[in-house]
Design a protein around this ligand. Structure first.
Ligand SMILES: *Cc1c(COP(=O)(O)O)cnc(C)c1O
Length: 399
């Protein structure tokens, strides 16, 4: 069997730093993926929201091919003709005046951390090496040593110390704790407007507004990590827009390139971005013409195909339908837009494995939550199909 053979090879030669569902995907299109045996599945993970535009979107594929035949990498030692237009288009779309492109999400988070610290020292006047950054419990911001250092997930840290100092952790959604954690040395508060990896945790209404106000009063930067929550996932371009706040900086990645190529970015005000001078920070691949051409088209697809609007329209209906499922194991169905967590009173992995047998891929998060996050190109008909499959699995496992 092809599947078992490929899994055996991967297990033999590859590092075992993941525990994937045992299917081997060979191709994909839109909401659908196909494994090496020819089985088809609906993808309800969408690569953690990196393929909001759907798999192998034909327009993005065309842009990638076109650019790949021209020039792919110049390094930032020279300029290229795609970077300026990417910067302009992303800034105009998001309303931020400045952008710094990187590749992976973690790199863009690191960029935000560096910007916040340097802004703290050079603009706010914090003494050298004294800047503090406040983060939330159960955060997920990536996997570098600095970032896992302020994670509260023991496994993410175990064995990887010593860690970067200068971070303070408060409970997620707790404005009073944020206020109490502020000191004259606070450079920034970095937060996911909805916590994805923690299980699609939506903070209490008003938290982001309060947090923005507290940051302003203490002259600390309010920075949102929208790598997973942004670019249409919650039914708005950014999840912070649900509370009408304006952060000082925002971090984007994942769907920025529609799943074709890693592209991430840190967006901020003129004042914050002005801390970076030539030589302060960089990346060989950051801002490369291939990535920029792909991201430009991925953003155009997001806007022109009204994917954010589709999430806003179908999300609440989908959540309502899920809430109608009667099962003793379901504690809560929560989410925003097409980003849903089914919280169980038991382990979610067996449900994900059964859903796979029904032709539906999703991944448990935090042991007991089934995360549903399909590509935003999904139709109501496809969501109905998914609902039937989910109902079937709950009937089977509950019975
Ligand atoms: C995925 C993710 C990251 C890290 O992005 P990578 O591309 O995996 O480095 C950071 N923050 C959030 C909220 C994410 O979901």
């Amino acid at each position: 069997m092809k599947t078992q053979k490929l899994i055996a090879i991967e297990d033999q030669y590859g590092a075992h730093n993941y525990h994937p569902l045992d299917l081997v995907i060979a191709r994909a299109e839109g909401v659908w993926v196909e494994d090496v045996e020819g089985n088809r599945y609906m993808d309800f993970l969408a690569a953690y929201s990196a393929v909001n535009q759907g798999h192998c979107h034909p327009r993005i594929l065309k842009a990638l091919k076109k650019q790949a035949a021209k020039v792919t990498l110049t390094s930032r030692a020279f300029r290229n003709d795609q970077l300026p237009l990417f910067c302009q288009e992303l800034c105009e779309l998001t309303g931020f005046p400045k952008v710094l492109p990187m590749n992976s999400g973690a790199e863009a988070v690191e960029t935000a951390l560096k910007a916040a610290r340097k802004w703290g020292e050079k603009v706010k006047g914090i003494a050298r090496d004294q800047a503090e950054i406040i983060v939330c419990a159960d955060n997920f911001h990536g996997r570098t040593t600095t970032i896992v250092g302020f994670s509260t997930e023991e496994q993410y840290k175990d064995g990887f110390g010593p860690f970067t100092p200068g971070f303070k952790v408060i409970p997620y959604g707790d404005a009073a704790a944020l206020e109490a954690a502020m000191t004259p040395n606070t450079a920034a508060f970095i937060v996911e407007p909805i916590q994805g990896e923690a299980g699609i945790k939506v903070p209490a209404e008003g938290f982001l507004k309060q947090a923005a106000g507290i940051c302003k009063r203490h002259r600390a930067l309010f920075i949102c990590d929208e790598i997973q929550s942004g670019l249409g996932r919650t039914g708005k371009l950014f999840a912070y827009q649900w509370e009408g706040v304006q952060p000082d900086g925002v971090i984007v990645g994942k769907a920025l390139s529609g799943g074709f190529y890693p592209v991430s970015a840190f967006l901020s005000s003129e004042e914050v971005m002005a801390v970076f001078h030539p030589g302060d920070h960089g990346s060989t691949f950051g801002g490369n013409p291939l990535g920029m051409a792909v991201a430009r088209e991925a953003l155009r697809v997001l806007v022109e195909e009204k994917l954010t609007e589709n999430s806003a329209k179908l999300g609440p209906w989908f959540i309502e339908e899920l809430q109608k499922i009667k099962s003793p194991s379901i504690v809560q169905v929560r989410g925003r837009g097409l980003w849903v967590g089914i919280v169980l009173d038991r382990k979610a992995r067996p449900y994900c494995e059964e859903l796979m047998k029904e032709g539906m891929l999703c991944k448990e998060t935090h042991e007991t939550v089934i995360r549903l996050a399909p590509p935003l190109v999904i139709t109501k008909k496809e969501l109905r199909m998914a609902l039937r499959r989910i109902e079937k699995v709950f009937k089977r496992l509950d019975g």
